[in-house]
Design a protein around this ligand. Structure first.
Ligand SMILES: *[C@@H]1O[C@H](CO)[C@@H](O)[C@H](O)[C@H]1NC(C)=O
Ligand SMILES: *[C@@H]1O[C@H](CO)[C@@H](O)[C@H](O)[C@H]1NC(C)=O
Ligand SMILES: *[C@@H]1O[C@H](CO)[C@@H](O)[C@H](O)[C@H]1NC(C)=O
Ligand SMILES: *[C@@H]1O[C@H](CO)[C@@H](O)[C@H](O)[C@H]1NC(C)=O
Ligand SMILES: *[C@@H]1O[C@H](CO)[C@@H](O)[C@H](O)[C@H]1NC(C)=O
Ligand SMILES: *[C@@H]1O[C@H](CO)[C@@H](O)[C@H](O)[C@H]1NC(C)=O
Length: 475
């Protein structure tokens, strides 16, 4: 609404007309209501009033201060100071109240009227917990949108096809909601997109091939959904990609060779899918890779020696597959903190080069036909090792005395399901182990008294041995 200006054009000279034009130009951006209060653009006002009326409860009390018509002054709203249009709407659940961080929530349904905010650049309604409803179907009208952040809510329904019109969109965060449906192929039109986070929803169907058009995509997070089908080969076109996370889906087929061309990749997480075939040889080219996690798939073939070229690799998780052959000597070249190959078909012996893994903190080798016979002596000299899992590795004989010098640095030791004989050495009870599993061996004699006063021990499993005190102890 505009303040009405009374004038008589027939009585005005050119100077007065100019003054009037200037007044009209100035008042264009900041319209004044008849009571003197400024009012924001009617579409923006309607969108925000509708949003507010969709919220039943707001324990941040931000919305109760949304009164009057000058929505540019409202909490969480920013207007362009030239056009007067709303450009940012930011009402995150995580906020600061009296300089202290606070987690607030809103109860209600997201209004579809938000699509009237046609100058909006940033829409951030994350972490409001009880915000329900859907992404407005006409979201594609927000042609200037750069950031769409709706994470950690109870939103549901599909991603509207019209999202493909948002050519300026740089970030989409829809993680941790109840969204469903298949991913629209129009996502491939988002040529400015840097981050797509759709983690922890119920998205189904296959990953659209159009995703290969997203030349600026840095982070692709699709974990914890029910996506099926193949990982599209064209993912190898995403030259800017650094983080690829597709874990916990139902993906099938092989890992595309083309992923090995993505020289900026820092992490690849494909755990808990149904992927088959071999680890692509092209992975040896991923010089920036820090994390490679392929656990619990049906991958086969060897752990390739060219993985030893990954000069930044800190975490290699290959457990729960059907990998075979011997571990390559080159594994000793990696700056690994975690190495996990449990539950595969890897054969022994272990390459002695593993003793060069001076940063290695966690080692999981359980349940492979390694036929180790004895615990490798070099393990004792590894300076950083903290967790050792050698269950079901064919270890025989007594628990060796040479462990005594090192075991005081260890927090986890799993030697279960081997062929250990003799007695449990009492020195084992005087260390700082938090988890000790010696179950399913042939250990005899008594449980040493040192175990009774074991401080810091969280888990002790000695079941299925020939111990005289009791069959099962778990604490
Ligand atoms: C308008 O806003 C921009 C930033 O959005 C700021 O740099 C500029 O100083 C503002 N102009 C006026 C007249 O307030
Ligand atoms: C998601 O939907 C399921 C039912 O489909 C419901 O039980 C659950 O509470 C919803 N989660 C959220 C966060 O709203
Ligand atoms: C996506 O782009 C294609 C071709 O560039 C175009 O035909 C299509 O209409 C666009 N889709 C959307 C939803 O913008
Ligand atoms: C150990 O880690 C440090 C810090 O990440 C790194 O600089 C160093 O090269 C690593 N050493 C080995 C032997 O991997
Ligand atoms: C390794 O151990 C498995 C069972 O533990 C046995 O079947 C296999 O023959 C052994 N292999 C060698 C080379 O000793
Ligand atoms: C100890 O090892 C056995 C056999 O490997 C396993 O079944 C059991 O769950 C383990 N105990 C604990 C407490 O993890």
């Amino acid at each position: 609404m505009r303040k009405s200006i009374l004038f008589h054009p027939e009585k005005m000279g050119s100077k007065e007309v100019l003054v009037l034009l200037i007044i009209l130009m100035i008042t264009k951006g900041e319209c004044k209501a008849s009571d003197g209060e400024k009012t924001c653009h009617p579409n923006d006002l309607k969108a925000l009033i509708d949003f507010k009326s969709g919220i039943r409860h707001d324990d941040s009390f931000r919305l109760e201060k949304w009164i009057g018509r000058d929505c540019c002054k409202w909490d969480g709203i920013v207007c362009d100071n030239v056009t007067g249009r709303v450009i940012k709407m930011k009402l995150p659940g995580a906020m600061t109240i009296d300089d202290a961080p606070a987690q607030t929530s809103m109860d209600g349904v997201l209004s579809p009227s938000l699509s009237l905010l046609t100058s909006l650049e940033v829409l951030e309604l994350s972490g409001l917990s009880h915000l329900e409803g859907q992404i407005p179907p006409l979201i594609g009208n927000l042609a200037k949108l750069r950031t769409l952040a709706l994470s950690y809510n109870g939103l549901s329904g599909p991603i509207p096809e019209s999202i493909g019109k948002l050519s300026k969109l740089e970030e989409v965060h829809l993680n941790s909601n109840n969204f469903s449906g298949s991913l629209p192929s129009s996502l491939g039109n988002l040529s400015s997109l840097g981050t797509m986070d759709l983690t922890s929803n119920h998205f189904s169907g296959s990953i659209p091939h159009s995703i290969g058009n997203l030349m600026n995509l840095v982070n692709l997070y699709l974990e914890n959904n029910v996506l099926t089908g193949y990982i599209p080969k064209c993912i190898g076109n995403l030259q800017a990609l650094q983080d690829l996370k597709l874990s916990n889906n139902l993906l099938t087929g092989g890992i595309p060779f083309s992923i090995g061309k993505l020289s900026s990749l820092r992490s690849i997480l494909l755990d808990n899918n149904h992927l088959t075939g071999r680890i692509p040889s092209s992975f040896g080219q991923l010089k920036s890779l820090v994390t490679l996690s392929l656990q619990n798939n049906q991958l086969e073939g060897p752990v390739r020696s060219n993985l030893g070229q990954l000069q930044s690799l800190a975490e290699l998780n290959l457990g729960g597959n059907r990998l075979s052959g011997k571990l390559p000597k080159t594994i000793g070249l990696l700056p690994l903190f975690t190495l996990s190959i449990s539950n595969n078909m890897i054969e022994g012996p272990l390459p002695v080069e593993m003793s060069s893994l001076t940063n290695l903190s966690r080692l999981y080798l359980s349940f492979n036909p390694l036929n180790l016979s004895s615990i490798p002596t070099w393990l004792v000299d590894m300076p950083s090792i903290n967790a050792i899992h050698l269950a079901g590795c064919g270890i025989e004989g007594e628990i060796p005395r040479y462990l005594q010098s090192a075991a005081s640095r260890w927090a986890e030791l799993d030697l279960s399901a081997n062929h250990l004989t003799g007695s449990i050495p009492s020195w084992l009870g005087s260390f700082h182990l938090q988890h000790l599993n010696l179950s399913t061996n042939s250990l005899s004699s008594e449980i040493p008294a040192t175990f009774i006063s074991f401080e810091g021990l969280e888990e002790l499993d000695l079941h299925s041995n020939k111990l005289s005190d009791s069959e099962v102890i778990s604490s």
